[in-house]
Design a protein. Structure first.
Length: 209
């Protein structure tokens, strides 16, 4: 766990969580503060909550009534609110997967600065992190601290299953093996092979090698 976090953001997290609870909006703490709540390393530039699409308007109304400032950005997977300039993201479709009751049940109650909140599981955090990687963004340096600090809490076989379509996630699991963080054997029988066999294209008839 980092020795210091942004105290202002912690206050904002507690305020926003209290408002959502009072409004009866189901939510889960995600992002860097979720890692912090699990005892791992955290980035603390904002606060992230997951909530269902059908609850977004209720959440915004309640937060605005409590003094937050709302913003609907061009991105269609989240809305934003600000508490004296401090950002809270309300995310209803992380990594192209809508938040539903199953998402919100995959949580653990954790104390965050003396307030207990539902926190996305370490396994779900790892899955979400790996599924953000693409040809446009692939910074493994952001995922390594999460993997190192929470590896005992993560179901790595599930991570492998739920990120199996991503070559970037596959490469990250290989990297964890090479760095002796998490052996490939731990990620299950479908773990990626370190060496792939490539079959060459047949030579055209009459071609000379």
């Amino acid at each position: 766990m980092p020795k210091q976090v942004d105290e202002g953001l912690l206050v904002t997290l507690k305020r926003a969580a209290a408002v959502l609870k009072e409004a009866g909006v189901p939510f889960a703490l995600a992002g860097g503060f979720a890692a912090y709540a699990h005892g791992g390393t955290s980035s603390d530039h904002d606060v992230d909550f997951l909530l269902r699409l059908q609850d977004v308007d209720t959440a915004l109304d309640a937060l605005v009534a409590a003094g937050f400032t709302a913003e609907r950005p061009p991105e269609d997977w989240l809305v934003k609110v600000y508490d004296e300039g401090r950002l809270v993201d309300l995310i209803h479709r992380p990594v192209e997967r809508p938040v539903d009751d199953a998402t919100l049940s995959d949580t653990i109650m954790r104390p965050v600065n003396a307030v207990r909140v539902p926190v996305v599981s370490a396994t779900a955090l790892m899955v979400h992190k790996l599924l953000t990687y693409s040809q446009h963004y692939c910074d493994f340096a952001r995922a390594l601290p999460l993997a190192r600090s929470l590896r005992e809490q993560i179901d790595w076989a599930r991570v492998r299953r739920e990120t199996g379509q991503s070559p970037y996630a596959e490469a990250f699991l290989v990297l964890l093996d090479r760095l002796d963080v998490v052996p490939l054997a731990v990620t299950g029988p479908e773990a990626p092979a370190l060496v792939r066999t490539v079959t060459p294209d047949p030579m055209p008839e009459g071609a000379v090698a």
